[in-house]
Structures are given as structure tokens and as C-alpha cells.
Design a binder for this molecule. Structure first.
Ligand SMILES: [Zn+2]
Length: 329
């Protein structure tokens, strides 16, 4: 196929690499500035199936960075126009479009067939949702963001056990509220980041080269790229566990990931002190480090569960109660 000729003539790039791309299915979540660039280049690279997910319509004020669209497309669905553009680049590929916003209820169904998920969204709740889904299903996630004059790129390759996750790199992501709508963005910045996302996707699918480690930061004003070192391994092994409780044995097998607080009424230092636990009868949210995974243990597991429930309602999620308490261990 003529379209792929220059790709196939690359050194090291074989027909086997191409067939890995041709047989691949990739989801692009968010069809804005990042998503446009990712989609057009992945169509050009011959990715077999691209799934577009975005419930939004085209707005003239965003076209400066959403390069697949023009003013005649105003108020049309992004997924319609973007999938049409891609099919004009490569008619042989399969395109699936979903004019919806991804959420807890549809995420599994929408992403079920995808090998790689590309996060081109612009809000932290979608980012956390994708992180948790990909972590659970062991699928690679390509994170990109562009805001103001700067952009960021990070790969979470959950095919590997204990890969770093979104919360390892951005512990405060739940508190981030900035979007391009409120802060503005220099148009070419999402272009740079979106193109990098497409390149990393090709590498993840073919095994060519080596995938980005750490977090890449691009600053357009001083024309610089730099990589920030990140945890290689996740310290949020329970991030997908939305339950209130975990078993004591799970804590024992993963001790380094948790900070355990013993909140029993009275602890006899000699007989019943739990090794490694901090004793704190009256523990409050203010007293704990909320970048850590917190575990509570009480006498029978009821009081600790109530406290965890209360903390979750206050928005602190990395906390669990030891099931059945001290008597259960
Ligand atoms: Zn993590």
C-alpha cells in the first residue's frame, strides 16, 4: 500500500511490525487538540482499528489547536468529523465512533477491545477512570496533557506488574481543576504532545525502540524538553480496590505500600503490639499523610470501617480498614 511505503522503508521497520499495527485496536479518549493529532497520525501509520470516544461538539474557539476541524464543522460531533478525516487518510482501516463521555458505567464496554488506551481527555476524573481501568485490565495507557505553554507526556505500561500509575506521578491529580477553557493553551503545544503520544503508541504496539520512562515535560516558552524521574513501581496497589476493607494478609504481602495505624482502645505493649504499626487512638484526617496508603486496624474491624467510610465521603480514597480487626489476624 502506497500510504505505508515510507514507513516500511525505515531501517528496522519490517512487515511484521506493520502487521502488528494493522491488527491493533487503539482507543482515543477525547477528540480535542491532543486527540486530533494522535488520530491523524495513527490513521497514517495504518493502525487497524481506531475507536473514537468523545461526546463533545466542535467549537470555533478551539479550532486553533483541534487541527482536524474547521469553522464549517462548528456544532458537529467531534467523533464524526475526526473519524471521517481519518478514513480519508486511510480507507482500509476500521473506525468506531462513540459520541459519549466515558464514565464508570460505560468504560468497560467502550474499551473492551482496545490494546492501548490514549488519554487525550482534559479532566482529572476521566484520567483517574482510565488509569484504574487500564491498571485493572493490564493495558498500556498513554497520558498526555497540554495547558498554557506547557505539555506533559507519561506512559503507564500496565502490561508489566507494578507499573507506576497516574497517582504515583500526580498524587494531587484529584485536586487539579485547570482546563484549557479557563487557562488557555498555545495551539501547537497539544500538537507536539499528541504527536509524541502517537509515536509512543506505535512503539508500544511494535516493540520498536524503548518507551518513555519518567514524565516528559515540554516548555514551549524556553523551547525545552526535560524528563522528570518517577517511581518505577506503583505504591498504589490498591487504587482499584474501592472496597472499604482489605485482609491483613494482603497488608503483610505488600507492607511497603502501606502505613498502618493501630486505633484500638488500649494496646498492651508486650502482648498485642502490632509490629510496624503506629499506635494512634484518635486518628483524624489532619494527622495523616494523604500521599500514603493508609490502613486502620481496630479491635474487631467495625470502628475502623466507619472511619474509612467517613474519610471516603470526605474525598480521601487511599485508605482501608483491616477486615475483622485485631481479632481476625
Ligand atoms: Zn501508583
Amino acid at each position: 500500500m502506497e500510504l505505508l511505503k515510507r514507513q516500511l522503508s525505515l531501517p528496522q521497520f519490517t512487515s511484521q511490525h506493520q502487521s502488528l499495527l494493522t491488527n491493533a485496536c487503539v482507543s482515543i479518549v477525547g477528540c480535542g487538540g491532543l486527540g486530533c493529532n494522535v488520530a491523524l497520525y495513527l490513521a497514517g501509520a495504518g493502525i487497524g482499528k481506531i475507536i473514537f470516544i468523545d461526546g463533545d461538539k466542535i467549537d470555533a474557539t478551539n479550532i486553533h489547536r483541534q487541527i482536524a476541524y474547521n469553522t464549517l464543522h462548528t456544532n458537529l460531533l467531534k467523533v464524526d468529523i475526526l473519524s471521517t478525516k481519518c478514513s480519508q487518510i486511510n480507507t482500509k482501516l476500521f473506525y468506531e465512533k462513540h459520541p459519549v463521555y466515558i464514565d464508570e458505567n460505560n468504560v468497560k464496554q467502550l474499551l473492551h477491545n482496545s490494546q492501548v488506551i490514549i488519554d487525550c481527555s482534559d479532566n482529572s476524573s476521566t484520567r483517574i477512570l482510565l488509569n484504574n481501568y487500564c491498571k485493572e485490565k493490564k493495558k498500556p495507557l498513554i497520558f498526555g496533557s497540554a495547558l498554557g505553554y506547557d505539555g506533559q507526556l507519561c506512559i503507564f505500561d500496565f502490561r508489566k506488574d507494578d507499573s507506576k500509575c497516574l497517582l504515583c506521578v500526580f498524587p494531587d491529580i484529584e485536586k487539579v481543576a485547570d482546563t484549557c477553557t479557563s487557562s488557555g493553551v498555545l495551539g501547537p503545544v497539544p500538537g507536539i504532545i499528541g504527536n509524541l503520544q502517537a509515536i509512543e503508541c506505535i512503539k508500544l504496539l511494535t516493540g520498536l525502540g524503548s518507551v518513555l520512562e519518567g514524565m516528559l515535560h515540554y516548555s514551549s516558552l524556553d523551547a525545552s524538553f526535560y524528563t522528570i524521574k518517577t517511581n518505577k513501581y506503583c505504591t498504589h496497589s490498591q487504587v482499584i480496590n474501592k472496597g472499604l476493607e482489605i485482609d491483613y494478609k494482603d497488608y503483610l504481602s505488600n507492607k511497603a505500600n502501606y502505613l498502618l495505624y493501630d486505633i484500638r482502645e488500649r494496646v498492651d505493649e508486650d502482648d498485642s503490639h502490632i509490629l510496624g504499626a503506629n499506635y494512634e487512638r484518635e486518628l483524624t484526617l489532619e494527622k495523616i499523610d494523604n500521599n500514603k496508603n493508609i490502613l486502620l486496624i481496630c479491635e474487631v474491624g467495625e470502628r475502623s470501617k466507619q472511619i474509612i467510610k467517613d474519610w471516603r465521603e470526605k474525598g480521601f480514597n487511599n485508605c482501608w480498614s483491616i477486615k475483622n480487626g485485631f481479632r481476625g489476624i
